[in-house]
Design a protein around this ligand. Structure first.
Ligand code: JBH
Length: 241
C-alpha cells in the first residue's frame, strides 16, 4: 500500500518511522510520503489560509495549495472525467463533520492500494477542495469521534495505525488480530501474567487450571459482562419477551 499525507506539520509524522509500521516500511509492504502543504504555495509567506467568506471565527484553508498538492500526488492516475473510481486512490479528509471511523472502515481501507490523507485545521478547508478531489478520486470525510481536535494530524495518525496493522504481513500473527476488541463485536477479556499473586491481588484461579474449555467460557463471560457494563451499545438489541 502507498499512503500520502498532506499537512502543515510534516514532522508530526516522524513518529511513523518507529514501531510496527516502521518495520512494514523497511520490508516494502508500506510506502509513506509526507508532503508539506506550504510547498505548494507561491507567495513569500507561504500562506495556506484566509478569512471565511460570510464572516465568522477562525480561518479557512485556501483551495489553491490543496489543488496543487492533490495534482502532484494523484498525477495522471484518474482522468478528470467521472470514470469508475473502484480500486483507485481514496482521499480521506479527517473532519468532525465526517462519518465516524470504525474497525470495519479500517478493514475496508486496508484493502486499498493508495490512500491519501489531507490534514486540515478544525475550522476547515475551502469546500471546493472536496468537490475537486471527488473529481479525481474517491473522497471520504472521516471523524475520529465526537470531540474537538485542532487539526486532522492526530486523527490521521490514529487511522494509519488502525489501517496499517491490518495490511497482510504487517502483523506477524493474524490470530492476534482476530481475538481483539471490535473484531468480534465485544470488548476484550482481561489479561494476566506472572506473578500469580501480586500486592494481595490474585489471578483468577480458572486461568491457571489448564482446563481450556473452562478458560474459554470464563473469557467469553468476562467479555460479555464488560461489554454490558461499559459499552452496551455494542451488544445486539435485547430479545423482547
Ligand atoms: C478531524 O477526526 C475528527 N474528530 C474530531 N475533531 C477533528 C478535528 C479536525 C479534524 C477531527
Amino acid at each position: 500500500m502507498r499512503i500520502d499525507i498532506v499537512t502543515i506539520f510534516p514532522t508530526f509524522f516522524d513518529a511513523l518511522d518507529i514501531s510496527l509500521l516502521g518495520r512494514a516500511r523497511e520490508d516494502g509492504i508500506l510506502e509513506v510520503g509526507v508532503h508539506d502543504l506550504r510547498d505548494f504555495t507561491h507567495d513569500r509567506h507561504r500562506t495556506v489560509d484566509d478569512k471565511p467568506y460570510g464572516g465568522g471565527a477562525g480561518m479557512v484553508m485556501k483551495p489553491e495549495p490543496w489543488g496543487e498538492a492533490l495534482d502532484a500526488i494523484l498525477g495522471e492516475q484518474v482522468p478528470d472525467d467521472g470514470a469508475d473510481r473502484e480500486g483507485g486512490p481514496i482521499v480521506i479528509f479527517p473532519s468532525p463533520a465526517g462519518e465516524v471511523f470504525t474497525q470495519a472502515m479500517a478493514r475496508e481501507l486496508s484493502a486499498a492500494d493508495h490512500l491519501v490523507f489531507g490534514c486540515g485545521r478544525y475550522e476547515g478547508i475551502d469546500h471546493r477542495v472536496f468537490d475537486y478531489a471527488g473529481s479525481r478520486a474517491s473522497v471520504r470525510l472521516v471523524s475520529l469521534g465526537d470531540y474537538v481536535l485542532n487539526g486532522g494530524e492526530v486523527a490521521v495518525m490514529a487511522m494509519i495505525e488502525a489501517i496499517g496493522r491490518l495490511i497482510p504481513g504487517v502483523i506477524g500473527n493474524p490470530e492476534s488480530l482476530v481475538e481483539e476488541s471490535h473484531e468480534d463485536g465485544l470488548l476484550e477479556y482481561p489479561s494476566y501474567t506472572k506473578p500469580a499473586s501480586w500486592r494481595g491481588l490474585d489471578v483468577p484461579p480458572v486461568l491457571m487450571g489448564g482446563n481450556h474449555g473452562a478458560i474459554a467460557t470464563w473469557r467469553r463471560d468476562a467479555q460479555i459482562e464488560r461489554t454490558k457494563s461499559v459499552r452496551p451499545d455494542l451488544l445486539p438489541p435485547a430479545q423482547s419477551p
